[in-house]
Structure formats: structure tokens, C-alpha cells
Design a protein around this ligand. Structure first.
Ligand SMILES: *[C@@H]1O[C@H](CO)[C@@H](O)[C@H](O)[C@H]1NC(C)=O
Ligand SMILES: *[C@@H]1O[C@H](CO)[C@@H](O)[C@H](O)[C@H]1NC(C)=O
Ligand SMILES: *[C@@H]1O[C@H](CO)[C@@H](O)[C@H](O)[C@H]1NC(C)=O
Ligand SMILES: *[C@@H]1O[C@H](CO)[C@@H](O)[C@H](O)[C@H]1NC(C)=O
Ligand SMILES: *[C@@H]1O[C@H](CO)[C@@H](O)[C@H](O)[C@H]1NC(C)=O
Ligand SMILES: *[C@@H]1O[C@H](CO)[C@@H](O)[C@H](O)[C@H]1NC(C)=O
Ligand SMILES: *[C@@H]1O[C@H](CO)[C@@H](O)[C@H](O)[C@H]1NC(C)=O
Ligand SMILES: *[C@@H]1O[C@H](CO)[C@@H](O)[C@H](O)[C@H]1NC(C)=O
Length: 748
């Protein structure tokens, strides 16, 4: 959630929890091999074996026996029970087991064993938002989609606090007949809202998935929380909190703890969710460094889910604003970046000279007088605090609340936290322990200039509470990871941005002085928060269009996305410059438009095979992902940009000066529809030719293909550029975002 190295020093409970979140997002073990050592100690390995063809291996018990036959004989008997960690049925053909390095090596040499890997660790990418997304009670999409009724959203996360009011099942019907899952909480905790709850982080398979961190409770209530009146923190952001799909069901799979998310558990969570019959999976974690698809449990698990028609929505990661930082970029998932909303929790710094700078804080004590106090910019937190307002640079060594704590401990009056250039205008509403405001880099520069030049600088903090209609929203948050995807640069990622900055949702315990755990809320940030917003949107679309494939739903979301902000200007980034397409993807989700897109780009499951071969993966790797025998030399592979994706990336780094891209669209609007192409010019591109220029449909579900040729200028003068081709009919506008990479743009 924060791009900071955080230390664990539980000065207050609040800080303790914040630190835990920081650590989860910054574990030095991210993407590293977790356990494998060469001694005789046991580590967990994920083992993939050739799929058994015998029919009698159809039941999970038979599979288990088959998998156990690969374990070394020295571990036979009761000992074997403890060695076997998970048996997989859907995500891959294989199992996870505790082994010594020698045993793992020996298994790797056995006939029928395809792959043996030591377990790795992934990390978490850590309500007003429904209104902000245009959802209103009694009208529009909420009404049309029945608030997500009948759809099951699976949450792969840290578990859940089941008794929170957000998980009340008022008005939620019983789960659909296809539901096969189980709930390991007791009967009072599970209900028609929370229909499934299992843990894969405990040694017992019947353990209840209690959320010790808050992350899973926050994401679940964001996706499908019930209406909770008077939700607030410290009396701020008061209103009715509600998830995006308030009548959808939730199935919780706990696969992350304070130690991170082990891939053996991640795969087990995917496996169970697929078996249970969820419709949507929400994935707010990932590797810190992008992993190749065959060694990425999210890419593997999501492919198996997609095969069953399950939609997988993933966080893009919190490693922005540098380019190539994006994770979870497989084309069969939706990759979600994070943006601000039009709500701020405002606190203004007023300087002695009358200048005012707006910032944010979640802690706004009513009894704090907006009086002027001496203003200093000390070396470090607490160095020159007593009786003064301290200006502090947000520092990667501390989290922001801790910085304030140090000033408070030293007798300081207040803190003005100042961003560095990279963080720009992204400010956080944190639960500070003293009067504070977090301001932008630009504001900070002005404040420091004043301190240098004034003879006796002073400042006051004015609390302004919750404010709406912020005009720069939605702006990309600095931490939101950026493309191009280093694994598959020909697929535009992130796909979309959604609310992920200062998001209010359910929590496991009050962070203010309130007593009622059941109505605890917290405001946190990350692509972890934007992902469940989109998971909820997908549930609404799935409810309206039960027959649409995951790729069709993704297409509807992408081709109807907004590219302008509240001011009607192009969406900006953390620096308030125009948002690069590798930060915004297709743009900001517009829920009411997505339900009726007119045309969709569908991607068939079989299309991913030539795509994966085109990425030059080995036959073995492609076979492991798609779970069937593939020989790339016997099929016609395609370059990644030719996958029938709802956005287009033209990569002149790899191709010559002319690129021809083919796409196929399906008519999901009126049977008789005529679309004309409208092309936005693109910097550095000499000509864009589309054929045919008009798409004339006479039937529902009819498909038509078109080609679009791009010719680059001799010297494009830019490293990357963006535009779009939009198919426009009387009722619909189908915008297909186009990203262009020129030579040397790998690093943007
Ligand atoms: C069920 O769980 C809730 C919350 O953890 C607890 O308060 C209640 O006592 C439990 N009931 C039973 C019958 O165990
Ligand atoms: C929140 O708003 C409701 C009604 O809008 C009001 O009754 C309640 O007192 C408010 N709570 C706080 C803490 O401001
Ligand atoms: C935001 O502005 C719109 C009009 O621009 C207005 O209708 C709405 O009430 C405002 N919302 C708030 C919370 O101030
Ligand atoms: C979404 O699209 C609708 C219909 O064009 C428009 O009225 C609305 O303002 C858009 N909402 C957002 C949040 O962009
Ligand atoms: C795959 O290999 C071929 C032949 O070596 C090469 O032309 C192509 O650029 C490679 N593709 C990728 C995505 O690396
Ligand atoms: C690229 O296309 C342009 C016109 O569209 C043409 O003049 C040129 O010869 C083409 N270049 C190559 C290498 O095909
Ligand atoms: C696009 O390029 C392809 C291959 O170079 C060519 O066959 C086709 O005619 C071109 N189409 C247009 C509209 O220029
Ligand atoms: C269009 O296709 C969908 C699913 O493939 C099907 O349910 C629907 O009936 C079709 N509509 C028409 C008019 O053929």
C-alpha cells in the first residue's frame, strides 16, 4: 500500500496495524524463494505431474492417492500426512508437499514429474465510491443488475471479520444451486451474504479464515458489502457505506497472513474457488517483480479459472510511478490501477503570510484551535518540535503516522507532511496521532521557501472535514504500477483504473475511539482497493449478462471507459500532467456505460495457445499453463498484439515501420447497426488506415473483422504515444485504446 520501508514499533494499535500493512507490501522476500535450503530441513515445494488419464482417478481421493505415490518412500505412513500440504485439481495437475532439498531433487527425476519448484511469497497490494461510480439506489445499473443478486464473488485475501455489519445478508437470497462451497465459521457468522469461508494458511483444513490484518475485510466489503448507515472514522467521511455489488454473495479464501501469501496456498485457494463455483475472483496481491506466466501462481490459477468462465480481477501493484513496474498482467485477467476519487478529507495549512495549501488527514480533532504557531523544517522528526508546527518530508524509512508520533512525543504541535517529486499530488488521509496535513510536493516547495525567507515563520492547521467534487478526479495515484508489461509488451496494461486512494471500507476493529467492532471502518489506499471495486462492477455486469464470457465483460469495461476527468480534461497523473496510457490503461471505469457496450472483442480460450507460443514459451511451459499437450511448431503462433484484445498496442521496437493489426468484434447491440470508424491521431505515426471503414451488422451476435495499419514517421520524436480507434453508431461509441511503443521506449 505504501512505497515505504516500515518498521514494526507498536507505539499505538493503529500504527501497529499500519505497519503490518506496510510490511506486507514491502517484504524483502517479495518474489524471492521462501524456504528452499540445502540442509535436511523441510520446505514446501509445488510439484506438477503429467495428468493421469485413468478414469478411476476422477475423485479427489483417488487423485490424492495418485499424488502421494510421488512422495519418497521414507515419508510413507503417518508421516506422509504431514508432508502433503495441498492437492490440486483445477489449477494444475500436481500437489504441494514439505520436502528436503534432496527429496525434491529425487522427485524431479521421477517419471511423469514435469516441474518441481520451491514455494515463493507474494505480497498484498495494499463509501462514497459507488456514488462516485454513478451507482444510485433505485435507479440505473444497480436496479437493472439487481445489485449483483445471484453472483458469487470469491475473495483470495487475508480472510474476513464475519460479524461486521457490511456482511449482513438482509435482502440477499440463498446461494444458487450450483454453489458447492463450505463455510468454516459457525452458523451465526455465515449467512446468505457470506456463503463460503475457508483457510489455506492453517494446517487444519477446517480452520476458520479470521482476518487478523483488516485487508481482506476491507476488500470484501468494497466488492460486495451491504448498506451500513452512518459509517464513519473519527466522525469523518460520514455516510452510508456500501459495496459495489451489495446483493452479491461472498466466498472467502484465506491465502495471505502477516507473513505474505505463499504460492502453494494461493494455488489451493484458486483450486477451491473453481471447485466451489464462484463467478468472479478478486486478487489484491502479487509478486513485487513481474513473473513469467508459467511461474506465476496468479497467472496459472487465473487461467484455470477463466477456462471455467470465472472472471479474475487483479491489482496492478503499488510500485509506481516508474514504468515497467506492473504485475498481474496476463491477458486473461483484468489488471486494475488505482486513482483518486472526488472526495478529499481536507486540512489546510495557512502560513503566517496568508498563503494556504490544502492537504489531507483522517484525524481532525474538533477542539484544535486554528492558531498560528512557529513553523520549522527540522532535520528529522522530533528534532525541533516543542510548541512548533514541523514540516517533514515523507520519508521512506518511516510511515507517515510514525513521523507524526515522533513529533508528538517530542512535544510538537502539528505536522505538515510534504511529498517528494515522484509522489507529486498524491496525498493520503492517514489516521494521524496529532494535528497534521499531508500536502503535495508543489505545496511543500512553497512552504519551505516561506520558511527560508520569513523572519519568524508561522503556520496554522485548519480542519475542513470531508469535501466532495474534487476537480482533478480521477487522477492516477503515484503508487499505481505502470506498464508496459515486461512479460507481454504487446498487451496494454493496466487495463483500467478505479478508485484506490483513501478508500473507506469495513475493518476488523475501530481505529478511532468508537467501541462497536461491528461497524469499524478504515480509510486505506492501494491497487488492493481498486481491484475489488472492479470485481464488484464485474458482478453487476455478470448479473445483467449471465451469458457473457470473461473476455466479453472485460471488453465492455474497457471500450466504455472514461478518458476525461470531472473538468472534462484528459485524466491526469500524480504530477497533474496528462496521464500516460501505461498509467491509465483504457481509462476510468464507467459502470453505466459498460452494461451496454454495443460491440465486444471476445477472446476465445483457444486463442491463448498461439499467443503463448508467440511469446516463445517452450512447449512444456505452454502445456503447463493451458493444461493440455501443446506443440507450438505444429500450430500457427501469433505475436501478442494480434490477440483479439479490447485495446491495441503497436510495438515498433520489435517490428519494422508498418504494423498491421487485426481485430474481430461481435454485435451485442441492436441487430441492425452501422458503425463508422473515428481515429484519434497519434504522435509519431504518419498514417493510420482502417479497413473496412464501416462495420455494418444485420444480426445480433454477428462478428466482423477489421484491420488497422500503422505507419511510423521516420523520426517519431517520442518514445511512446497514445490514441484510439472508436467505432461510433447512433447509440454506441466503442473506444479501442491504442498504445504505441517506439524504439528505446522499453524504459519510457
Ligand atoms: C459463533 O461465532 C461468533 C463470532 O465468532 C461467536 O460470538 C459465537 O459465540 C459463536 N457461536 C457458536 C455457537 O459457537
Ligand atoms: C452521520 O450522519 C448521520 C445522518 O446523516 C447523523 O445522524 C450522524 O450523527 C452522523 N455521525 C457523525 C459521527 O457525524
Ligand atoms: C457535486 O457537484 C454536483 C454538480 O456539479 C452537485 O450536483 C452535487 O451535489 C455535488 N456533490 C456534493 C457532495 O457536493
Ligand atoms: C458515465 O457515462 C455516463 C453516460 O455517458 C455519463 O453521464 C456519466 O457522467 C459518466 N460517469 C462517469 C463517472 O464518468
Ligand atoms: C520469438 O523468437 C523469434 C525467433 O527467434 C523472434 O523473431 C521473436 O521476436 C521472439 N518473440 C518474442 C516475443 O520474444
Ligand atoms: C509502409 O506503408 C507505406 C504506406 O502505407 C508504404 O509507402 C511503405 O512502402 C511501407 N513500408 C514497408 C516497409 O512496407
Ligand atoms: C494493411 O497492410 C496489409 C499488409 O501489409 C495489407 O495487405 C492491407 O491491404 C493494408 N490495409 C490497409 C487498409 O491499408
Ligand atoms: C447471442 O449469443 C448468446 C450467447 O452466445 C445467446 O445466448 C443469444 O441467444 C444469442 N442471441 C441471438 C439473437 O442469437
Amino acid at each position: 500500500m505504501e512505497d515505504q520501508k516500515c518498521r514494526l514499533s507498536p507505539t499505538t494499535w493503529t500504527i501497529f496495524i499500519l505497519n503490518l500493512i506496510c510490511i506486507l507490501s514491502n517484504s524483502p522476500a517479495d518474489g524471492a524463494i521462501a524456504g528452499a535450503d540445502t540442509s535436511s530441513s523441510l520446505s514446501t515445494y509445488v510439484i506438477q505431474v503429467r495428468k493421469p488419464t485413468d478414469k478411476y482417478l476422477a475423485t479427489i481421493e483417488d487423485l490424492d492417492t495418485f499424488y502421494r505415490s510421488f512422495l519418497p518412500t521414507t515419508t510413507a505412513g503417518s508421516n506422509q500426512e504431514q508432508r502433503m500440504v495441498h492437492s490440486y485439481r483445477h489449477v494444475l495437475s500436481g500437489f504441494a508437499a514439505k520436502l528436503t532439498a534432496e527429496e525434491a531433487k529425487a522427485i524431479g527425476e521421477k517419471d511423469g514429474v514435469l516441474d518441481v519448484r520451491p514455494e515463493t511469497v507474494l505480497s498484498l497490494h495494499t463509501t462514497h465510491t459507488p456514488n462516485y461510480l454513478g451507482l444510485r439506489q433505485g435507479v440505473g445499473l444497480w436496479e437493472d443488475s439487481n445489485y449483483g443478486k445471484g453472483v458469487i464473488i470469491g475473495m483470495l485475501d487475508t480472510g474476513i471479520f464475519p460479524n461486521h455489519l457490511s456482511f449482513s445478508d438482509e435482502g440477499v437470497p440463498p446461494p444458487p444451486a450450483k454453489w458447492k462451497g463450505r463455510c468454516n465459521f459457525n452458523r451465526t457468522s455465515c449467512n446468505n451474504k457470506l456463503i463460503g469461508a475457508r483457510s489455506f494458511t492453517d494446517s487444519s483444513s477446517s480452520a476458520a479464515p479470521y482476518d487478523d490484518l483488516g485487508h481482506g475485510t476491507h476488500t470484501a466489503s468494497t466488492a460486495a458489502g451491504a448498506f451500513v448507515k452512518d459509517a464513519n472514522v473519527f466522525g469523518l467521511v460520514n455516510g452510508t457505506a456500501v459495496g459495489i455489488a451489495p446483493l452479491a454473495h461472498l466466498a472467502v479464501y484465506k491465502i495471505c497472513t502477516g507473513d505474505g501469501c505463499y504460492d502453494s496456498a494461493v494455488l489451493a485457494g484458486f483450486d477451491a474457488a473453481i471447485e466451489d463455483g464462484v463467478d468472479v475472483l478478486s486478487v489484491s496481491f502479487g509478486y513485487r517483480v513481474p513473473a513469467q506466466f508459467p511461474s506465476d501462481p496468479i497467472a496459472m490459477g487465473a487461467f484455470a479459472a477463466t477456462r471455467k468462465g470465472i472472471f479474475v480481477s487483479c491489482s496492478a501493484g503499488n510500485n509506481g510511478p516508474s514504468s515497467n513496474t506492473l504485475t498481474n498482467g496476463a491477458p486473461w485477467v483484468l489488471t486494475v490501477g488505482a486513482s483518486s476519487t472526488d472526495r478529499t478529507i481536507k486540512a489546510t495549512a495557512r502560513l503566517g503570510n496568508g498563503q494556504e495549501f490544502d492537504g489531507e488527514t483522517l484525524y481532525q480533532p474538533r477542539d484544535f484551535e486554528p492558531a498560528q504557531h512557529p513553523l520549522v523544517y527540522p532535520e528529522g522528526p522530533g528534532d525541533d518540535a516543542p510548541g512548533k508546527v514541523n514540516v517533514l518530508d515523507t520519508d521512506s524509512k518511516y510511515n507517515r503516522v510514525q513521523q507524526g508520533q515522533a513529533v508528538k512525543d517530542a512535544g510538537g504541535v502539528a505536522v505538515i507532511l510534504v511529498n517528494d517529486p515522484a509522489t507529486g499530488y498524491t496525498t493520503f488521509a492517514d489516521p494521524h496521532v496529532l494535528p497534521a496535513t499531508h500536502v503535495s510536493y508543489v505545496a511543500g516547495t512553497e512552504i519551505k521557501k516561506y520558511i527560508k525567507t520569513a523572519s519568524a515563520p508561522t503556520a496554522a492547521i485548519l480542519f475542513k472535514g470531508t469535501q466532495f467534487n474534487g476537480s482533478f478526479a480521477p487522477a492516477v495515484a503515484y503508487f499505481s504500477s505502470r506498464g508496459p508489461s515486461s512479460i507481454s509488451p504487446g498487451i496494454l496494461k493496466p487495463d483500467i483504473i478505479g478508485p484506490g486512494l483513501n478508500i473507506l471500507a469495513g475493518w476488523i476493529s475501530p481505529i478511532d475511539n468508537s467501541k462497536d467492532k461491528k461497524r469499524a471502518f478504515n480509510v486505506i489506499s492501494g491497487t488492493s482497493m481498486s481491484c475489488p471495486h472492479l470485481s464488484g462492477v464485474v458482478a453487476l455486469l455478470k448479473s445483467s449478462h449471465p451469458d457473457w464470457s470473461p473476455a466479453a465483460i472485460k471488453s465492455a469495461i474497457l471500450t466504455t471507459a472514461a478518458t476525461n476527468n470531472a473538468k472534462g480534461q484528459p485524466i491526469v497523473d500524480e504530477a497533474r500532467g496528462p496521464g500516460n496510457i501505461f498509467a491509465t490503461g483504457a481509462g476510468h471505469v464507467n459502470v453505466s456505460k459498460a452494461v451496454d457496450p454495443g460491440l465486444i472483442y471476445d477472446t476465445e480460450l483457444t486463442d491463448y495457445v498461439p499467443y503463448l507460443c508467440g511469446l516463445n514459451y517452450s512447449d512444456k511451459d505452454v502445456s503447463l499453463i493451458v493444461q493440455k499437450q501443446v506443440s507450438c511448431s505444429s500450430i500457427e503462433s501469433i505475436p501478442d498484439y494480434q490477440l483479439n484484445y479490447p485495446s491495441i498496442t503497436v510495438n515498433f521496437e520489435r517490428l519494422g515501420s508498418n504494423v498491421s493489426v487485426k481485430r474481430t468484434v461481435r454485435n451485442v447491440g441492436p441487430a441492425n447497426s452501422r458503425y463508422k470508424s473515428v481515429i484519434e491521431p497519434i504522435t509519431g505515426i504518419g498514417s493510420i488506415d482502417v479497413s473496412p471503414r464501416e462495420l455494418v451488422f444485420t444480426n445480433a451476435n454477428e462478428t466482423i473483422s477489421y484491420t488497422i495499419n500503422f505507419t511510423r514517421k521516420a523520426s517519431p520524436q517520442v518514445v511512446n504515444a497514445q490514441g484510439a480507434i472508436t467505432w461510433v453508431s447512433a447509440q454506441h461509441s466503442v473506444r479501442t485504446a491504442v498504445a504505441v511503443l517506439f524504439k528505446g521506449s522499453g524504459g519510457l
